[in-house]
Ligand binder design. Structure first.
Ligand code: CA
Length: 224
């Protein structure tokens, strides 16, 4: 049985063929674009379950592609980034990518990340609960937040999952690895920086929301 279609946007043919081999072996169908423009076209026509997106592309760069994808779709995005491009990685997560793999990578790791984002996005429970903290209303049915001044904020899918997990465990200190495992759905190869970047985004979007940094451990939301 087919595991569904994955869109790979990668201008390097050898890397693309390597990824194709491993994904097809796991039952996925791969569609391959060599530019961002072509990738966006395939996204619209082939409706992939997830996108593997190289950041170093000729023409429109991967960050721009991620931004455009996110403005149109909630499809999980895993970025392929160069080891020395930490800034790109952070910007990529900020524009709504779900995860990243650093080049040079093992193809097995790429497959595992894809499977993890798919599991996570498709197991996402539909809660009907609402959580009220410091004047903010976090609505897990609508997946949005109403601020104390009445403004509605819609975080990205992953940011919301993180926010909900923190709110659902208000008053508890949560370690970064605990958060990674619960929100991203994997433990041993997750990088804790991913959590930090998403927390930073939430703080930016929800000014005054009480996510406390617990030094050397992780994060905590103060219940109210
Ligand atoms: Ca490239």
């Amino acid at each position: 049985m087919s595991e569904g279609t994955i869109l790979l946007v990668e201008d390097h043919d050898e890397i693309a063929e390597l990824i194709r081999f491993y994904l097809e072996r796991e039952g996925f169908t791969l569609v391959h674009a060599t530019s961002g423009e072509e990738g966006l076209e395939l996204l619209a026509h082939r409706k992939p379950r997830a996108v593997l997106l190289d950041l170093g592309l000729p023409g429109m760069d991967g960050i721009e592609v991620a931004r455009i994808i996110r403005s149109r779709s909630d499809v999980p995005i895993v970025m392929l980034t160069a080891r020395d491009s930490e800034t790109d990685t952070i910007i990529g997560l900020e524009v709504g990518a779900d995860d990243y793999v650093t080049k040079p990578f093992s193809p097995r790791e790429v497959v595992a990340r894809i499977q993890a984002v798919l599991r996570r996005s498709e197991d996402r429970p539909v809660h009907k609960d609402v959580c009220s903290i410091a004047g903010f209303t976090v609505d897990s049915g609508r997946r949005e937040v109403v601020t104390p001044s009445g403004e509605t904020v819609r975080p990205t899918a992953r940011e919301f999952d993180l926010l909900w997990y923190l709110c659902d465990h208000a008053g508890l200190v949560l370690s970064r690895s605990q958060i990674l495992e619960a929100v991203w759905g994997y433990d041993y190869f997750g990088e804790t920086r991913t959590v930090d970047v998403h927390v930073r985004q939430l703080r930016k979007k929800l000014d005054g929301f009480p996510i406390e940094t617990i030094w050397g451990v992780g994060y905590k939301v103060e219940p109210s």
